[in-house]
Design a protein around this ligand. Structure first.
Ligand code: CA
Ligand code: CA
Ligand code: CA
Ligand code: CA
Ligand code: CA
Length: 643
Protein backbone atom coordinates (compact mmCIF):
# COMPACT_ATOMS: atom_id res chain seq x y z
CA UNK A 1 0.00 0.00 0.00
CA UNK A 2 2.75 2.34 1.08
CA UNK A 3 4.71 2.07 -2.16
CA UNK A 4 1.66 2.58 -4.33
CA UNK A 5 0.97 5.78 -2.45
CA UNK A 6 4.55 6.92 -2.99
CA UNK A 7 4.42 6.23 -6.74
CA UNK A 8 1.08 7.97 -7.00
CA UNK A 9 2.38 10.94 -5.05
CA UNK A 10 5.37 11.16 -7.37
CA UNK A 11 3.17 10.80 -10.44
CA UNK A 12 0.88 13.54 -9.24
CA UNK A 13 3.91 15.73 -8.63
CA UNK A 14 5.30 15.21 -12.11
CA UNK A 15 1.93 15.68 -13.79
CA UNK A 16 1.37 18.93 -11.95
CA UNK A 17 4.79 20.07 -13.12
CA UNK A 18 6.31 20.47 -9.68
CA UNK A 19 8.59 17.47 -9.84
CA UNK A 20 11.41 19.25 -11.64
CA UNK A 21 12.81 20.84 -8.55
CA UNK A 22 15.98 22.88 -8.80
CA UNK A 23 18.53 20.08 -8.55
CA UNK A 24 17.89 18.79 -12.08
CA UNK A 25 18.44 22.23 -13.53
CA UNK A 26 21.60 22.76 -11.55
CA UNK A 27 24.69 21.44 -13.33
CA UNK A 28 25.91 18.46 -11.29
CA UNK A 29 29.25 18.92 -9.57
CA UNK A 30 32.00 17.10 -11.51
CA UNK A 31 34.31 14.60 -9.81
CA UNK A 32 37.73 13.84 -11.31
CA UNK A 33 38.69 10.16 -11.63
CA UNK A 34 42.32 9.20 -10.99
CA UNK A 35 44.24 6.22 -12.33
CA UNK A 36 45.77 3.63 -9.99
CA UNK A 37 47.70 0.79 -11.68
CA UNK A 38 46.09 -2.00 -9.65
CA UNK A 39 42.61 -0.78 -10.52
CA UNK A 40 43.13 -1.21 -14.26
CA UNK A 41 41.23 -4.10 -15.83
CA UNK A 42 39.15 -4.77 -12.73
CA UNK A 43 35.83 -6.36 -13.15
CA UNK A 44 32.69 -4.79 -11.77
CA UNK A 45 33.90 -3.35 -8.47
CA UNK A 46 36.96 -2.15 -6.57
CA UNK A 47 36.06 -1.18 -3.02
CA UNK A 48 38.67 0.66 -0.95
CA UNK A 49 39.02 -0.50 2.67
CA UNK A 50 40.23 1.69 5.52
CA UNK A 51 42.04 -0.22 8.24
CA UNK A 52 44.00 1.51 11.03
CA UNK A 53 44.22 4.69 8.94
CA UNK A 54 45.75 2.75 6.04
CA UNK A 55 44.09 2.24 2.70
CA UNK A 56 43.68 -1.14 0.97
CA UNK A 57 41.90 -2.10 -2.24
CA UNK A 58 39.85 -5.20 -2.95
CA UNK A 59 39.68 -5.83 -6.66
CA UNK A 60 37.92 -8.51 -8.67
CA UNK A 61 38.89 -9.55 -12.16
CA UNK A 62 38.00 -12.44 -14.41
CA UNK A 63 41.58 -13.70 -14.67
CA UNK A 64 42.96 -13.11 -11.20
CA UNK A 65 39.96 -13.47 -8.91
CA UNK A 66 39.73 -11.39 -5.75
CA UNK A 67 42.90 -9.51 -4.88
CA UNK A 68 43.92 -7.40 -1.91
CA UNK A 69 46.35 -4.55 -2.49
CA UNK A 70 47.97 -2.00 -0.27
CA UNK A 71 48.11 1.68 -1.12
CA UNK A 72 51.44 1.37 -2.92
CA UNK A 73 50.13 -1.31 -5.26
CA UNK A 74 51.70 -4.32 -3.57
CA UNK A 75 49.60 -7.45 -3.93
CA UNK A 76 48.92 -8.86 -0.46
CA UNK A 77 46.44 -11.67 -0.91
CA UNK A 78 44.37 -13.43 -3.49
CA UNK A 79 41.39 -15.75 -3.87
CA UNK A 80 41.06 -17.42 -7.25
CA UNK A 81 37.53 -17.32 -8.58
CA UNK A 82 35.23 -15.46 -10.86
CA UNK A 83 33.43 -13.40 -8.25
CA UNK A 84 31.35 -10.23 -8.14
CA UNK A 85 29.12 -8.18 -5.90
CA UNK A 86 31.17 -7.97 -2.74
CA UNK A 87 30.22 -6.38 0.54
CA UNK A 88 32.20 -6.12 3.74
CA UNK A 89 31.76 -5.90 7.53
CA UNK A 90 34.18 -5.84 10.44
CA UNK A 91 34.28 -9.08 12.45
CA UNK A 92 36.82 -8.20 15.11
CA UNK A 93 39.80 -5.88 15.22
CA UNK A 94 41.90 -7.25 12.40
CA UNK A 95 39.32 -9.37 10.62
CA UNK A 96 36.62 -8.64 8.09
CA UNK A 97 33.96 -10.73 6.41
CA UNK A 98 33.41 -10.36 2.69
CA UNK A 99 30.39 -11.69 0.87
CA UNK A 100 30.56 -12.32 -2.85
CA UNK A 101 28.89 -14.37 -5.58
CA UNK A 102 30.92 -16.92 -7.49
CA UNK A 103 29.80 -16.65 -11.09
CA UNK A 104 30.36 -20.25 -12.30
CA UNK A 105 28.77 -22.10 -9.39
CA UNK A 106 26.25 -19.41 -8.55
CA UNK A 107 27.21 -19.92 -4.90
CA UNK A 108 27.45 -17.16 -2.37
CA UNK A 109 30.86 -17.17 -0.72
CA UNK A 110 31.86 -15.76 2.63
CA UNK A 111 35.54 -14.95 2.95
CA UNK A 112 37.49 -13.78 5.91
CA UNK A 113 39.98 -11.01 5.28
CA UNK A 114 42.85 -10.45 7.71
CA UNK A 115 44.53 -7.05 7.61
CA UNK A 116 47.22 -5.78 7.37
CA UNK A 117 48.39 -9.17 5.98
CA UNK A 118 45.71 -9.14 3.29
CA UNK A 119 45.07 -12.86 3.64
CA UNK A 120 41.75 -14.09 2.17
CA UNK A 121 40.21 -17.34 3.46
CA UNK A 122 37.01 -19.00 2.29
CA UNK A 123 34.84 -19.69 5.36
CA UNK A 124 31.44 -20.54 3.95
CA UNK A 125 29.78 -21.51 0.71
CA UNK A 126 26.01 -21.05 0.46
CA UNK A 127 24.14 -22.73 -2.38
CA UNK A 128 21.46 -20.77 -4.20
CA UNK A 129 19.35 -23.57 -5.63
CA UNK A 130 16.37 -21.57 -6.88
CA UNK A 131 17.73 -18.80 -9.07
CA UNK A 132 20.78 -16.72 -9.79
CA UNK A 133 21.74 -14.16 -7.17
CA UNK A 134 21.60 -10.61 -8.49
CA UNK A 135 22.40 -8.58 -5.41
CA UNK A 136 24.10 -9.31 -2.13
CA UNK A 137 24.72 -7.24 0.97
CA UNK A 138 25.73 -7.65 4.59
CA UNK A 139 23.96 -6.27 7.66
CA UNK A 140 25.15 -6.14 11.24
CA UNK A 141 22.16 -6.35 13.57
CA UNK A 142 21.71 -4.77 17.02
CA UNK A 143 23.39 -7.74 18.67
CA UNK A 144 26.29 -7.49 16.21
CA UNK A 145 25.45 -10.72 14.44
CA UNK A 146 26.22 -10.48 10.75
CA UNK A 147 23.34 -11.14 8.43
CA UNK A 148 23.27 -11.55 4.67
CA UNK A 149 20.61 -10.35 2.25
CA UNK A 150 20.58 -11.89 -1.21
CA UNK A 151 18.16 -11.03 -3.98
CA UNK A 152 17.74 -13.41 -6.90
CA UNK A 153 16.52 -12.92 -10.45
CA UNK A 154 13.00 -13.91 -9.37
CA UNK A 155 12.95 -10.98 -6.95
CA UNK A 156 13.05 -13.23 -3.87
CA UNK A 157 14.92 -11.67 -0.94
CA UNK A 158 16.59 -14.14 1.43
CA UNK A 159 17.78 -13.03 4.84
CA UNK A 160 20.08 -15.25 6.92
CA UNK A 161 22.43 -14.96 9.85
CA UNK A 162 25.97 -15.85 8.75
CA UNK A 163 28.01 -14.92 11.81
CA UNK A 164 26.92 -15.51 15.40
CA UNK A 165 28.52 -12.82 17.54
CA UNK A 166 27.80 -14.54 20.85
CA UNK A 167 29.52 -17.76 19.78
CA UNK A 168 32.05 -15.97 17.54
CA UNK A 169 31.48 -18.35 14.70
CA UNK A 170 30.20 -18.54 11.16
CA UNK A 171 26.79 -20.10 10.76
CA UNK A 172 23.94 -20.22 8.26
CA UNK A 173 20.53 -19.63 9.83
CA UNK A 174 17.65 -18.79 7.50
CA UNK A 175 15.74 -15.85 8.98
CA UNK A 176 13.03 -14.97 6.46
CA UNK A 177 12.37 -14.41 2.81
CA UNK A 178 10.04 -12.03 1.09
CA UNK A 179 9.27 -10.93 -2.44
CA UNK A 180 11.29 -7.83 -3.29
CA UNK A 181 11.06 -6.79 -6.92
CA UNK A 182 12.31 -7.87 -10.33
CA UNK A 183 15.47 -6.26 -11.73
CA UNK A 184 17.11 -5.58 -8.40
CA UNK A 185 20.62 -4.43 -9.26
CA UNK A 186 22.12 -3.98 -5.82
CA UNK A 187 21.37 -3.77 -2.14
CA UNK A 188 22.90 -2.13 0.88
CA UNK A 189 22.01 -2.17 4.58
CA UNK A 190 22.28 0.65 7.11
CA UNK A 191 23.18 -1.08 10.39
CA UNK A 192 22.45 1.97 12.56
CA UNK A 193 19.01 2.58 11.14
CA UNK A 194 18.24 -1.16 10.69
CA UNK A 195 17.31 -0.39 7.12
CA UNK A 196 17.72 -2.25 3.84
CA UNK A 197 17.80 -0.54 0.45
CA UNK A 198 17.11 -2.36 -2.81
CA UNK A 199 17.83 -0.69 -6.12
CA UNK A 200 15.32 -1.59 -8.82
CA UNK A 201 16.82 -0.72 -12.19
CA UNK A 202 13.96 1.10 -13.88
CA UNK A 203 12.05 2.27 -10.79
CA UNK A 204 14.38 3.57 -8.08
CA UNK A 205 15.49 2.92 -4.53
CA UNK A 206 13.24 0.97 -2.17
CA UNK A 207 13.56 1.16 1.60
CA UNK A 208 12.69 -1.78 3.87
CA UNK A 209 13.28 -2.54 7.51
CA UNK A 210 16.28 -4.87 7.86
CA UNK A 211 14.84 -6.12 11.14
CA UNK A 212 12.91 -9.31 10.38
CA UNK A 213 10.41 -8.48 13.12
CA UNK A 214 9.29 -5.34 11.34
CA UNK A 215 6.73 -5.17 8.59
CA UNK A 216 8.18 -6.13 5.17
CA UNK A 217 6.41 -3.20 3.50
CA UNK A 218 8.52 -0.83 1.42
CA UNK A 219 8.84 2.83 0.57
CA UNK A 220 10.15 4.27 -2.67
CA UNK A 221 12.61 6.94 -1.52
CA UNK A 222 14.05 7.96 -4.89
CA UNK A 223 12.66 7.29 -8.32
CA UNK A 224 13.86 7.42 -11.89
CA UNK A 225 12.19 9.58 -14.53
CA UNK A 226 9.27 10.01 -15.19
CA UNK A 227 8.41 9.24 -11.55
CA UNK A 228 11.35 11.16 -10.15
CA UNK A 229 14.45 13.19 -10.94
CA UNK A 230 16.98 10.47 -11.70
CA UNK A 231 17.62 10.08 -15.44
CA UNK A 232 18.06 6.59 -16.84
CA UNK A 233 18.46 3.35 -14.95
CA UNK A 234 19.82 3.08 -11.42
CA UNK A 235 22.43 0.44 -10.62
CA UNK A 236 24.35 0.58 -7.40
CA UNK A 237 23.77 1.78 -3.86
CA UNK A 238 26.59 2.71 -1.52
CA UNK A 239 26.02 3.78 2.07
CA UNK A 240 27.92 6.54 3.85
CA UNK A 241 28.49 6.51 7.61
CA UNK A 242 25.88 9.25 8.12
CA UNK A 243 23.16 7.20 6.44
CA UNK A 244 23.30 9.04 3.10
CA UNK A 245 23.26 6.93 -0.05
CA UNK A 246 25.22 7.21 -3.28
CA UNK A 247 23.17 5.86 -6.15
CA UNK A 248 24.75 5.35 -9.57
CA UNK A 249 22.84 6.13 -12.76
CA UNK A 250 25.41 5.20 -15.46
CA UNK A 251 23.46 6.11 -18.62
CA UNK A 252 23.64 9.80 -17.84
CA UNK A 253 26.93 9.74 -15.92
CA UNK A 254 25.19 10.57 -12.68
CA UNK A 255 25.87 9.73 -9.08
CA UNK A 256 23.12 10.80 -6.68
CA UNK A 257 23.69 11.69 -3.05
CA UNK A 258 20.43 10.97 -1.23
CA UNK A 259 19.40 11.26 2.38
CA UNK A 260 16.56 8.76 2.82
CA UNK A 261 15.00 10.92 5.54
CA UNK A 262 15.11 13.99 3.31
CA UNK A 263 15.02 12.71 -0.28
CA UNK A 264 13.91 16.06 -1.75
CA UNK A 265 17.35 17.50 -1.00
CA UNK A 266 19.14 14.98 -3.28
CA UNK A 267 22.21 16.21 -5.19
CA UNK A 268 23.69 14.87 -8.42
CA UNK A 269 27.38 14.49 -9.28
CA UNK A 270 29.03 13.52 -12.55
CA UNK A 271 32.48 12.09 -13.31
CA UNK A 272 35.25 12.84 -15.74
CA UNK A 273 37.92 10.31 -16.79
CA UNK A 274 41.65 11.18 -16.52
CA UNK A 275 41.73 11.84 -20.30
CA UNK A 276 38.77 14.21 -20.02
CA UNK A 277 36.17 11.87 -21.53
CA UNK A 278 32.91 10.79 -19.95
CA UNK A 279 32.64 7.43 -18.18
CA UNK A 280 29.68 5.13 -17.64
CA UNK A 281 29.80 4.68 -13.89
CA UNK A 282 28.42 1.36 -12.69
CA UNK A 283 29.24 1.87 -9.05
CA UNK A 284 31.13 4.00 -6.56
CA UNK A 285 32.15 2.27 -3.33
CA UNK A 286 33.41 4.53 -0.60
CA UNK A 287 35.43 4.46 2.56
CA UNK A 288 36.29 7.31 4.88
CA UNK A 289 40.02 7.89 5.34
CA UNK A 290 41.33 10.59 7.66
CA UNK A 291 38.17 12.63 7.34
CA UNK A 292 38.02 12.34 3.55
CA UNK A 293 35.62 10.29 1.52
CA UNK A 294 37.43 8.08 -0.94
CA UNK A 295 35.82 5.95 -3.63
CA UNK A 296 36.65 3.12 -5.94
CA UNK A 297 34.63 3.90 -9.05
CA UNK A 298 34.00 1.29 -11.76
CA UNK A 299 33.53 2.44 -15.34
CA UNK A 300 31.71 -0.01 -17.56
CA UNK A 301 32.92 1.82 -20.68
CA UNK A 302 36.67 1.25 -20.13
CA UNK A 303 36.43 -1.79 -17.86
CA UNK A 304 38.64 -0.07 -15.31
CA UNK A 305 38.17 1.20 -11.81
CA UNK A 306 39.41 4.59 -10.71
CA UNK A 307 40.14 6.33 -7.49
CA UNK A 308 38.05 9.42 -6.69
CA UNK A 309 37.72 11.89 -3.86
CA UNK A 310 34.06 12.52 -3.22
CA UNK A 311 33.33 16.03 -1.89
CA UNK A 312 31.85 15.65 1.58
CA UNK A 313 28.63 17.64 1.75
CA UNK A 314 26.41 15.27 3.69
CA UNK A 315 22.69 15.96 3.70
CA UNK A 316 21.47 16.27 7.26
CA UNK A 317 19.33 13.64 8.85
CA UNK A 318 15.73 14.53 9.57
CA UNK A 319 14.88 11.66 11.86
CA UNK A 320 15.67 10.93 15.46
CA UNK A 321 15.15 7.49 16.89
CA UNK A 322 14.97 6.65 20.55
CA UNK A 323 16.75 3.48 21.51
CA UNK A 324 14.75 0.72 23.13
CA UNK A 325 16.16 -1.87 25.48
CA UNK A 326 16.64 -5.24 23.79
CA UNK A 327 15.56 -8.52 25.37
CA UNK A 328 15.86 -12.04 23.98
CA UNK A 329 13.35 -14.87 24.20
CA UNK A 330 14.73 -18.14 25.50
CA UNK A 331 11.88 -20.46 24.58
CA UNK A 332 9.07 -20.46 22.06
CA UNK A 333 5.92 -22.53 21.75
CA UNK A 334 5.05 -24.92 18.98
CA UNK A 335 3.55 -22.83 16.14
CA UNK A 336 -0.25 -22.83 16.02
CA UNK A 337 -1.78 -25.09 13.41
CA UNK A 338 -3.28 -22.27 11.35
CA UNK A 339 -1.54 -19.69 9.17
CA UNK A 340 -2.47 -16.03 9.38
CA UNK A 341 -3.40 -14.07 12.48
CA UNK A 342 -4.38 -16.97 14.73
CA UNK A 343 -2.46 -16.99 18.00
CA UNK A 344 -3.64 -14.17 20.20
CA UNK A 345 -3.48 -14.09 23.98
CA UNK A 346 -1.53 -16.12 26.56
CA UNK A 347 -2.07 -16.72 30.27
CA UNK A 348 0.54 -18.19 32.60
CA UNK A 349 -0.72 -20.77 35.09
CA UNK A 350 1.71 -21.34 37.94
CA UNK A 351 1.72 -24.82 39.39
CA UNK A 352 2.27 -24.03 43.07
CA UNK A 353 3.22 -27.64 43.89
CA UNK A 354 5.94 -27.69 41.28
CA UNK A 355 6.58 -24.47 39.43
CA UNK A 356 8.56 -26.29 36.72
CA UNK A 357 5.29 -27.97 35.75
CA UNK A 358 3.58 -24.62 35.14
CA UNK A 359 1.62 -24.08 31.94
CA UNK A 360 1.04 -21.51 29.28
CA UNK A 361 -2.50 -21.31 27.96
CA UNK A 362 -2.68 -19.64 24.58
CA UNK A 363 -5.66 -18.76 22.43
CA UNK A 364 -5.79 -19.75 18.79
CA UNK A 365 -8.65 -17.65 17.50
CA UNK A 366 -9.18 -20.03 14.58
CA UNK A 367 -9.30 -23.20 16.67
CA UNK A 368 -9.49 -23.09 20.45
CA UNK A 369 -7.38 -23.05 23.60
CA UNK A 370 -3.84 -24.44 23.37
CA UNK A 371 -1.93 -25.67 26.41
CA UNK A 372 1.89 -25.60 26.43
CA UNK A 373 4.49 -26.60 29.00
CA UNK A 374 7.43 -24.33 29.84
CA UNK A 375 9.51 -25.96 27.10
CA UNK A 376 6.88 -24.61 24.70
CA UNK A 377 5.61 -28.07 23.73
CA UNK A 378 1.91 -28.40 22.93
CA UNK A 379 0.32 -30.59 25.63
CA UNK A 380 -3.37 -30.11 24.89
CA UNK A 381 -5.54 -28.62 22.20
CA UNK A 382 -9.10 -27.83 23.29
CA UNK A 383 -10.87 -27.19 20.00
CA UNK A 384 -13.79 -25.24 21.40
CA UNK A 385 -14.09 -22.39 18.91
CA UNK A 386 -12.72 -18.93 18.27
CA UNK A 387 -11.38 -18.06 21.70
CA UNK A 388 -9.81 -14.61 21.79
CA UNK A 389 -8.47 -13.83 25.26
CA UNK A 390 -7.71 -15.99 28.27
CA UNK A 391 -6.94 -15.36 31.94
CA UNK A 392 -6.33 -17.43 35.07
CA UNK A 393 -7.22 -17.25 38.79
CA UNK A 394 -6.35 -19.50 41.71
CA UNK A 395 -8.26 -21.07 44.59
CA UNK A 396 -11.78 -20.61 43.26
CA UNK A 397 -14.49 -22.62 45.00
CA UNK A 398 -15.94 -25.14 42.53
CA UNK A 399 -18.56 -27.38 44.11
CA UNK A 400 -17.06 -26.67 47.51
CA UNK A 401 -13.52 -27.51 46.40
CA UNK A 402 -10.80 -24.94 45.76
CA UNK A 403 -9.60 -25.13 42.18
CA UNK A 404 -7.62 -23.09 39.71
CA UNK A 405 -9.64 -21.89 36.75
CA UNK A 406 -9.17 -20.21 33.40
CA UNK A 407 -11.74 -18.28 31.42
CA UNK A 408 -11.73 -17.32 27.75
CA UNK A 409 -13.87 -15.10 25.55
CA UNK A 410 -15.36 -17.31 22.86
CA UNK A 411 -16.31 -15.49 19.67
CA UNK A 412 -17.97 -18.57 18.15
CA UNK A 413 -20.94 -18.27 20.51
CA UNK A 414 -20.50 -14.99 22.52
CA UNK A 415 -19.80 -17.14 25.58
CA UNK A 416 -17.32 -17.07 28.41
CA UNK A 417 -15.68 -20.51 28.36
CA UNK A 418 -14.65 -21.73 31.82
CA UNK A 419 -11.85 -24.26 32.34
CA UNK A 420 -10.57 -26.12 35.37
CA UNK A 421 -6.84 -26.71 35.82
CA UNK A 422 -5.92 -29.81 37.81
CA UNK A 423 -2.78 -29.06 39.83
CA UNK A 424 -1.93 -32.77 40.20
CA UNK A 425 -2.10 -33.71 36.54
CA UNK A 426 -1.73 -30.21 35.03
CA UNK A 427 -4.71 -31.10 32.83
CA UNK A 428 -6.97 -28.35 31.53
CA UNK A 429 -10.64 -29.26 30.99
CA UNK A 430 -13.65 -27.30 29.79
CA UNK A 431 -16.02 -26.94 32.75
CA UNK A 432 -18.84 -24.98 31.28
CA UNK A 433 -19.85 -21.99 29.22
CA UNK A 434 -21.62 -18.84 30.28
CA UNK A 435 -23.73 -16.96 27.77
CA UNK A 436 -23.33 -13.19 27.50
CA UNK A 437 -25.59 -10.71 25.75
CA UNK A 438 -22.69 -9.01 23.96
CA UNK A 439 -23.04 -8.83 20.19
CA UNK A 440 -19.34 -9.35 19.45
CA UNK A 441 -17.41 -10.60 22.47
CA UNK A 442 -13.72 -9.68 22.31
CA UNK A 443 -11.38 -8.92 25.23
CA UNK A 444 -11.43 -10.68 28.59
CA UNK A 445 -9.64 -10.67 31.92
CA UNK A 446 -10.31 -11.84 35.46
CA UNK A 447 -10.42 -10.13 38.85
CA UNK A 448 -10.47 -11.78 42.24
CA UNK A 449 -11.40 -9.94 45.42
CA UNK A 450 -11.31 -11.44 48.93
CA UNK A 451 -14.74 -13.00 48.44
CA UNK A 452 -15.52 -13.14 44.75
CA UNK A 453 -14.15 -14.03 41.35
CA UNK A 454 -15.16 -11.86 38.41
CA UNK A 455 -14.76 -11.90 34.65
CA UNK A 456 -14.59 -8.70 32.61
CA UNK A 457 -15.53 -9.01 28.95
CA UNK A 458 -15.96 -6.37 26.33
CA UNK A 459 -17.28 -6.18 22.82
CA UNK A 460 -15.74 -4.43 19.81
CA UNK A 461 -17.86 -1.31 20.43
CA UNK A 462 -16.20 -0.67 23.77
CA UNK A 463 -18.98 -2.00 25.98
CA UNK A 464 -17.72 -3.77 29.14
CA UNK A 465 -19.60 -6.26 31.28
CA UNK A 466 -18.53 -7.55 34.67
CA UNK A 467 -19.71 -11.04 35.64
CA UNK A 468 -19.53 -12.48 39.13
CA UNK A 469 -18.90 -16.22 38.97
CA UNK A 470 -20.68 -18.78 41.12
CA UNK A 471 -19.21 -22.22 40.41
CA UNK A 472 -20.81 -24.02 43.32
CA UNK A 473 -23.62 -26.50 42.56
CA UNK A 474 -24.40 -25.08 39.17
CA UNK A 475 -21.96 -23.02 37.15
CA UNK A 476 -23.52 -19.60 36.82
CA UNK A 477 -22.54 -15.98 36.51
CA UNK A 478 -24.36 -12.82 37.40
CA UNK A 479 -23.85 -9.63 35.43
CA UNK A 480 -23.03 -7.05 38.13
CA UNK A 481 -21.97 -4.01 36.13
CA UNK A 482 -21.72 -2.44 32.69
CA UNK A 483 -19.72 0.53 31.45
CA UNK A 484 -18.18 1.68 28.16
CA UNK A 485 -15.00 3.05 26.60
CA UNK A 486 -15.24 5.32 23.52
CA UNK A 487 -13.85 2.74 21.04
CA UNK A 488 -12.60 -0.83 20.74
CA UNK A 489 -10.61 -2.16 23.71
CA UNK A 490 -9.03 -5.60 23.94
CA UNK A 491 -6.21 -6.13 26.40
CA UNK A 492 -7.02 -5.78 30.08
CA UNK A 493 -5.54 -6.77 33.40
CA UNK A 494 -6.80 -6.51 36.97
CA UNK A 495 -4.68 -5.69 39.99
CA UNK A 496 -6.45 -7.84 42.59
CA UNK A 497 -4.60 -6.32 45.52
CA UNK A 498 -5.44 -2.72 44.68
CA UNK A 499 -8.87 -3.57 43.24
CA UNK A 500 -8.12 -1.84 39.95
CA UNK A 501 -8.80 -2.77 36.36
CA UNK A 502 -6.57 -1.51 33.51
CA UNK A 503 -7.96 -1.56 29.97
CA UNK A 504 -6.31 -0.86 26.64
CA UNK A 505 -8.45 1.15 24.25
CA UNK A 506 -6.61 0.15 21.07
CA UNK A 507 -6.47 3.54 19.35
CA UNK A 508 -6.32 5.81 22.41
CA UNK A 509 -4.43 4.54 25.41
CA UNK A 510 -4.92 2.90 28.77
CA UNK A 511 -7.89 3.38 31.09
CA UNK A 512 -8.29 2.58 34.75
CA UNK A 513 -11.43 1.82 36.75
CA UNK A 514 -12.27 0.46 40.19
CA UNK A 515 -12.51 -3.32 39.72
CA UNK A 516 -15.25 -3.64 42.33
CA UNK A 517 -18.78 -3.53 40.92
CA UNK A 518 -19.44 0.05 41.99
CA UNK A 519 -20.81 2.95 39.95
CA UNK A 520 -17.81 4.97 38.78
CA UNK A 521 -16.37 6.26 35.51
CA UNK A 522 -13.24 4.94 33.80
CA UNK A 523 -10.29 7.34 33.64
CA UNK A 524 -7.82 7.65 30.76
CA UNK A 525 -4.42 7.42 32.48
CA UNK A 526 -1.98 6.85 29.57
CA UNK A 527 -2.28 8.17 26.01
CA UNK A 528 -0.66 6.75 22.87
CA UNK A 529 2.14 8.85 21.34
CA UNK A 530 5.32 8.55 19.22
CA UNK A 531 6.82 5.80 21.39
CA UNK A 532 3.65 4.13 22.66
CA UNK A 533 1.99 3.47 19.33
CA UNK A 534 -1.54 2.21 18.61
CA UNK A 535 -2.83 -0.40 18.68
CA UNK A 536 -2.56 -0.76 22.44
CA UNK A 537 -2.79 -4.52 22.95
CA UNK A 538 -1.84 -6.95 25.71
CA UNK A 539 -1.38 -5.67 29.27
CA UNK A 540 0.32 -7.25 32.27
CA UNK A 541 1.53 -6.12 35.71
CA UNK A 542 5.04 -6.86 36.97
CA UNK A 543 5.91 -6.41 40.65
CA UNK A 544 9.38 -5.33 41.69
CA UNK A 545 10.38 -4.16 45.18
CA UNK A 546 6.73 -3.56 46.06
CA UNK A 547 6.19 -1.31 43.03
CA UNK A 548 3.86 -2.10 40.15
CA UNK A 549 4.93 -1.83 36.51
CA UNK A 550 2.40 -2.06 33.71
CA UNK A 551 3.76 -3.75 30.57
CA UNK A 552 1.81 -2.86 27.44
CA UNK A 553 2.16 -4.13 23.90
CA UNK A 554 2.80 -1.10 21.68
CA UNK A 555 1.75 -2.95 18.56
CA UNK A 556 2.27 -0.06 16.12
CA UNK A 557 6.05 -0.08 16.61
CA UNK A 558 6.59 -3.71 17.60
CA UNK A 559 7.69 -2.83 21.11
CA UNK A 560 6.57 -2.94 24.74
CA UNK A 561 6.15 0.09 26.96
CA UNK A 562 6.73 0.00 30.72
CA UNK A 563 4.73 2.34 33.00
CA UNK A 564 5.40 2.86 36.70
CA UNK A 565 1.87 2.61 38.13
CA UNK A 566 2.99 3.82 41.55
CA UNK A 567 4.81 6.82 40.08
CA UNK A 568 1.91 8.55 38.43
CA UNK A 569 1.78 5.98 35.57
CA UNK A 570 5.00 7.43 34.19
CA UNK A 571 6.54 5.83 31.08
CA UNK A 572 9.97 4.67 32.24
CA UNK A 573 11.12 2.99 29.04
CA UNK A 574 10.36 0.59 26.22
CA UNK A 575 11.88 -2.63 25.00
CA UNK A 576 11.85 -4.85 21.97
CA UNK A 577 12.42 -8.59 21.83
CA UNK A 578 15.03 -9.48 19.23
CA UNK A 579 16.34 -12.74 17.77
CA UNK A 580 18.26 -15.12 20.01
CA UNK A 581 20.42 -16.65 17.29
CA UNK A 582 22.20 -19.11 19.60
CA UNK A 583 18.85 -20.55 20.75
CA UNK A 584 17.35 -20.41 17.25
CA UNK A 585 14.48 -18.19 18.39
CA UNK A 586 13.37 -15.13 16.45
CA UNK A 587 12.30 -11.87 18.06
CA UNK A 588 8.73 -10.69 18.39
CA UNK A 589 6.52 -8.25 16.56
CA UNK A 590 2.94 -7.05 16.24
CA UNK A 591 2.18 -8.57 19.62
CA UNK A 592 -1.48 -8.99 20.56
CA UNK A 593 -1.75 -10.54 23.99
CA UNK A 594 0.85 -10.93 26.71
CA UNK A 595 1.05 -12.16 30.28
CA UNK A 596 3.67 -11.62 32.93
CA UNK A 597 4.36 -12.90 36.43
CA UNK A 598 6.98 -11.84 38.95
CA UNK A 599 6.68 -15.17 40.78
CA UNK A 600 9.82 -17.33 40.54
CA UNK A 601 9.32 -20.32 38.27
CA UNK A 602 11.89 -23.00 39.03
CA UNK A 603 15.53 -21.97 39.05
CA UNK A 604 15.33 -20.92 35.44
CA UNK A 605 13.03 -17.92 35.97
CA UNK A 606 13.93 -16.60 39.44
CA UNK A 607 12.37 -13.19 38.68
CA UNK A 608 9.36 -14.49 36.82
CA UNK A 609 8.34 -14.91 33.23
CA UNK A 610 6.95 -12.81 30.38
CA UNK A 611 4.99 -14.53 27.61
CA UNK A 612 4.04 -12.64 24.45
CA UNK A 613 2.25 -13.51 21.25
CA UNK A 614 4.50 -13.13 18.19
CA UNK A 615 2.74 -11.84 15.08
CA UNK A 616 5.59 -12.85 12.72
CA UNK A 617 7.16 -16.16 13.52
CA UNK A 618 10.31 -16.27 11.37
CA UNK A 619 13.70 -18.01 11.45
CA UNK A 620 12.20 -19.94 9.63
CA UNK A 621 8.81 -18.59 8.52
CA UNK A 622 6.04 -20.56 10.31
CA UNK A 623 2.54 -19.94 11.72
CA UNK A 624 2.41 -17.64 14.76
CA UNK A 625 3.46 -18.70 18.23
CA UNK A 626 4.21 -17.41 21.74
CA UNK A 627 7.65 -16.46 23.05
CA UNK A 628 8.90 -16.93 26.63
CA UNK A 629 11.16 -14.24 28.01
CA UNK A 630 13.11 -14.52 31.26
CA UNK A 631 11.86 -11.61 33.38
CA UNK A 632 15.31 -11.16 34.94
CA UNK A 633 16.04 -9.05 31.86
CA UNK A 634 13.06 -6.82 32.65
CA UNK A 635 13.95 -6.58 36.33
CA UNK A 636 17.50 -5.46 35.54
CA UNK A 637 16.30 -3.03 32.91
CA UNK A 638 13.74 -1.44 35.23
CA UNK A 639 16.44 -1.00 37.89
CA UNK A 640 18.68 0.57 35.22
CA UNK A 641 15.91 2.94 34.06
CA UNK A 642 15.22 4.02 37.62
CA UNK A 643 18.88 4.89 38.36
CA1 CA B 1 -2.79 -10.07 15.52
CA1 CA C 1 -4.42 -13.10 28.91
CA1 CA D 1 -6.58 -6.07 19.00
CA1 CA E 1 8.90 -13.09 15.43
CA1 CA F 1 10.48 -18.92 15.15
Amino acid sequence: MKHITSILALLVLSVSGCANTTQTNQAPQTIQLNTLPMLMGTWRQAPPIEHNHQLYWLTASEQSGLQVWDQTGTLLGQFAGNTENSDIRVLANQHYVISTVERESGDTLLLELALPQGELTLVKRIRNPLAEVEALCLYQDQQHNIQLFSVDTLGDVQQRVVFNQQQQQFTDVAVRHFIGAPNIQSCVADDNQQTLYLVEENIGVWQYSANPERDASRTLISAVSPFGNIKGEVKHANLLANGNLLISAPEHNQLWLINPTNPDAAKAYSFVLPDGSTPKIENAVTTALNGKLLAGVYDDETGNSYQANIPLNPIKNNSSKTKNAVFLADKQTTPVSRFGDAADDPAIWINKHNTQQSLILGTNKKQGLMVYNLAGELKQSLDIGRVNNVDVRYGVSVNGQLMDIATASNRSNQHISIFSINPQTAQVALLSEIATDLSDIYGLCMYQSQQQTYVFVNDTNGRYQQYQLDLNKKITAKKVREFSLPSQPEGCVADDQHQLLYMGEEAMGIWQINAEPVQTDPQLIIKTNDTFVADVEGLGIYLLDGQRYLIASSQGNDSYAVFALDKNNQHIGSFTIEANIAAGIDGTSETDGLDITSIAIGSHYPDGLLVVQDGRNVMPTQPQNFKLINATQLKQQILHWLK
